[in-house]
Ligand binder design. Structure first.
Ligand code: CP
Length: 317
């Protein structure tokens, strides 16, 4: 297995099966620390730099919380408009990263341009973690989701997935790549105009993923062991900010997971994931149903980032 020390986490495309399991093993080691709300000194000499060019609640704060749990420090920015990258100068990724690498030991970057963290990794002498790049990928979220499935179901292999929502979403792309390493068929359910881009379809076919498509979640939810949902009412992820204007549309029934749908059609032991934020695609009465696992997923978001930081900083091999 390749060492994680010093490695960038940019995509799940080339993540190998045994690497997934090593990350899950380290996450399991971290879980009791996060559960006990303890801070340890594993990374006390290290600093995380957060470079967020797009809004985030979970990804930035979970990385920060993870670093603090491991005894490290955090610096960075949550709004590029307050830096030279986001004002008059529009400082390039290269010039920005050539500064950030002196301010810490690992960078987590979210950017509205697909491939921006890859560009950062070209220039940085320290590891770069992709915290979501435009309509590209969101590897740490999907590692979190797979870890949640493993903990909740005791296995990943042999489970059938249904993914519902906007297939242009970065989580969906990382999910498809990840599932190529497991025995997990998946059905994608997306509205017209939000279909899985050809680039990913071609990659998944070449990499042996078993996947198909459906028009209505109600037609396929009964076969699912794992239901993963993203909104169809979305901002434009290729913009640094996308403020709401006017009346918002509601989610059509085809892409909505209601309590009635779960009670009438889902397997009783299926689990429901959503990386959040949500709009109206999962009504709040689902939150305390036996299917929902999104709060567990949120907790695991910290655990997973603890594992990744420890691995890329060489504190665990
Ligand atoms: N799941 C996720 O990426 O959430 P944030 O946009 O709040 O980071």
């Amino acid at each position: 297995m390749r060492s994680f020390a010093g490695r960038d986490i940019l995509s799940l495309k080339n993540f190998e099966r045994n690497e997934f399991f090593r990350v899950f093993e380290v996450a399991e080691y971290m879980e009791p620390i996060a559960k006990a709300r303890k801070n340890i000194d594993m990374l006390k000499e290290k600093t995380l730099v957060t470079a967020f060019y797009q809004p985030s609640t979970r990804t930035r704060l979970a990385h920060e919380a993870a670093m603090i749990r491991l005894g490290g420090q955090v610096t960075g920015f949550a709004d590029a408009r307050m830096t030279r990258a986001g004002d008059f100068y529009q400082e390039s990724i290269k010039d920005t990263v050539k500064m950030l690498e002196f301010y810490g030991d690992v960078i987590v970057m979210r950017h509205f341009q697909k491939g921006a963290p890859h560009e950062a990794a070209k220039w940085a002498s320290i590891p770069v973690i992709n915290g979501g790049d435009g309509w590209g990928e969101h590897p740490t979220q999907i590692l979190t989701d797979l870890y949640t499935v493993l903990r909740e179901k005791g296995t990943i292999d042999g489970l059938r997935w249904v993914a519902v929502g906007d297939m242009r979403m970065r989580t969906m792309h990382s999910l498809g790549y990840a599932l190529t390493q497991f025995d997990c068929p998946i059905t994608f359910v997306a509205p017209p105009g939000m279909e899985l881009p050809d680039e990913y379809k071609k990659d998944y076919e070449a990499m042996g993923l078993k996947f198909d498509f459906a028009d209505h979640v109600g037609d396929v939810i009964g076969d699912a062991d794992v239901i993963l949902v993203e909104p169809t009412v979305q901002p434009d992820y290729s913009k640094s900010r996308d403020e709401r204007k006017g009346e918002l549309p509601t989610t059509p029934d085809n892409y909505k997971i209601t309590l009635d749908l779960l009670k009438n059609k889902a397997k009783s032991d299926a689990i429901l994931l959503h990386s959040l934020p949500r709009m109206d695609e999962i009504p709040t009465d689902v939150d305390i149903s036996r299917w929902s696992r999104y709060w567990q997923e949120a907790f695991n978001g910290v655990v997973m980032r603890m594992a990744l930081l420890a691995l890329v900083l060489g504190a665990m091999e």
